[in-house]
Design a protein around this ligand. Structure first.
Ligand SMILES: Cc1cc2nc3c(=O)[nH]c(=O)nc-3n(C[C@H](O)[C@H](O)[C@H](O)COP(=O)(O)OP(=O)(O)OC[C@H]3O[C@@H](n4cnc5c(N)ncnc54)[C@H](O)[C@@H]3O)c2cc1C
Length: 471
């Protein structure tokens, strides 16, 4: 039977259960559909799309080396996938399972349209290590606290990863379609610093990480001034790497890699939360905080997005994002906390801004990260723990090298002032060529006062939501 392998966020040939199932069934027509909703929607990002398009080119090359080719269509999947399947006489469409509310609606619509033509729709594992149905508490319930989730997730057995197929029996459509460039799609150019795209580059990144840095990961992962993390997030997001293969390889490393594997488990956790509680994309997981009266302050939001809040760690983080489409995890936590707590702006504004810039932007991880930082999510940072952006900078960038890298205004500011430049005496400001209020902004809020205000607002929301005895 001829089948279609509809690629989505599984742009690889190694450890690809759906591809393997399609090959077992007979000739395969690989397909990618550029969905305008994802290219132009409110959470789309020219950076991510450029990385995706470049990865598709690599996928096409890898398929050609094995006797097949990638077919490309632009349009709504519910129309394009059935049309393509009918045109090549396919009896089945294979996919790797996807979990967001949009992906679920899309896949249900495609499956219905295919069914009307007697074509099967088969979703296989491959996007996650373990499926949302598999990780459960003792009573069979989905887990919304990370520690028990991690325990249950870690206890599940791992199958051996599949090798990439040596040959793919191809079913070719006479019109393969062409992979467009970002300019063809009318998109602005991406950042210059995009990571190398495609499965081979992702595999090389994984090998480099496993050959050494993974062993120091637990100590260096939080340091903003060291390249201590794997930088695999865009690869895991697009499925250039199989998470099962990543976890299997990390566990086989000749050193302790549990901390790294537990971070990959956070990715699984947030995907499972989104599967079981799709409402989190609209509202806080903790409904007590749904009524927080977020401030409306466009000027403050713009200062945050531009990296001009006067708090160097927040500003360096936001400028790193603008320049590279990436932000270090510690910086994400501090920048997000600053928006939600110090500025008391709705975390969903920040969530959207991140999605529009991050190359690894991922609805599950991003929503999970934002709800964590805003203290409104599953197993979130408790609302009364509010990051101090100065202490965080001193702890995780002691010499200020991350700050200076992204904030050229601070390059000549001495270490003792670089984490809180507004404390520089005027003579030092003059000597460093950094006059506060002219070359670098004064803090737009006072962290101490903002902290007290945030505590009061969260406390009031919690009290209002707590049923009063005797009422
Ligand atoms: C506000 C906020 C927003 C975030 N948005 C995203 C996002 O859109 N996409 C995204 O992939 N990650 C997101 N994260 C999680 C994390 O910051 C990135 O995954 C990480 O910085 C990527 O760098 P790395 O690959 O070097 O990570 P490593 O530290 O090497 O971690 C390995 C992998 O584990 C996963 N991972 C690590 N930390 C987390 C986490 N806290 N939550 C979920 N998965 C994690 C990622 O897939 C990552 O590639 C967000 C975190 C916060 C606080």
């Amino acid at each position: 039977m001829t089948s279609v392998l509809w690629f989505r966020r599984d742009l690889r040939l190694h450890d690809h259960p759906a591809l393997r199932a399609a090959i077992d069934a007979g000739p395969v027509a690989p397909l990618f559909v550029l969905d305008p909703v994802l290219v132009r929607g409110r959470w789309s990002s020219p950076n991510r799309t450029a990385f995706l398009l470049a990865s598709l080119r690599d996928l096409d090359a890898a398929l050609r080396a094995r006797g097949a080719r990638l077919h490309l269509r632009i349009g709504r999947p519910a129309e394009e996938v059935p049309r393509f399947a009918i045109e090549i006489g396919a009896g089945a469409v294979f996919v790797s399972r996807d979990y967001s509310p949009y992906a679920r609606r899309r896949d249900a619509a495609v499956a219905r349209a295919l069914e009307a033509h007697g074509i099967g729709f088969h979703a296989r594992r491959g996007t996650l290590v373990h499926e949302p149905e598999e990780v459960r508490g003792a009573a069979g319930q989905p887990l919304t606290v990370f520690t028990p989730f991690h325990r249950a997730w870690s206890a599940l057995p791992l199958r051996a990863p599949f090798p990439a197929p040596a040959r793919i029996p191809a079913a070719d459509h006479p019109d393969p379609g062409a992979i467009p460039s970002p300019a063809d799609l009318g998109l602005p150019p991406p950042v210059e610093a995009l990571p190398a795209a495609g499965e081979p580059a992702a595999r090389a990144r994984l090998q480099r990480f496993l050959a050494g840095p993974v062993c120091a990961y637990a100590e260096t992962r939080d340091r903003l001034d060291l390249a201590g993390t794997s930088r695999l997030s865009q690869d895991l997001h697009l499925g250039l790497l199989s998470p099962l293969e990543v976890v299997t390889a990390a566990r086989a490393a000749p050193c302790e890699s549990a901390k790294f594997v537990s971070e990959v488990a956070w990715r699984e956790f947030y995907h499972h939360v989104l599967w079981h509680h799709p409402r989190v994309l609209r509202e806080p997981f903790q409904q007590a905080f749904a009524a927080i009266p977020w401030r409306r302050d466009q000027a403050a939001f713009e200062a945050w997005t531009a990296g001009r809040t006067g708090y160097p760690l927040v500003d360096a983080a936001m400028r790193e994002l603008a320049a590279t489409g990436y932000m270090h995890n510690r910086a994400r936590m501090v920048a997000a906390s600053f928006l939600a707590k110090d500025l008391l702006l709705d975390w969903r504004l920040g969530e959207t801004h991140f999605m529009r810039h991050l190359v690894d932007g991922d609805v599950a991880n991003n929503d999970g990260g934002w709800q964590w930082a805003a203290s409104v999510g599953t197993d979130a940072q408790p609302y009364f723990r509010i990051f101090n952006p100065v202490l965080q900078a001193k702890k995780f960038d002691p010499e200020g090298s991350y700050l200076r890298r992204w904030l050229p205004e601070l390059r000549r500011v001495p270490v003792r002032y670089v984490h809180e430049p507004w404390t520089m005496p005027p003579s030092v400001q003059a000597e460093a060529g950094c006059i506060i209020g002219r070359d670098y902004p004064a803090p737009i809020v006072d962290h101490r006062a903002a902290r007290e205000q945030a505590l009061a607002v969260f406390e009031a929301a919690r009290e209002a939501a707590t049923p009063k005895a005797g009422r």
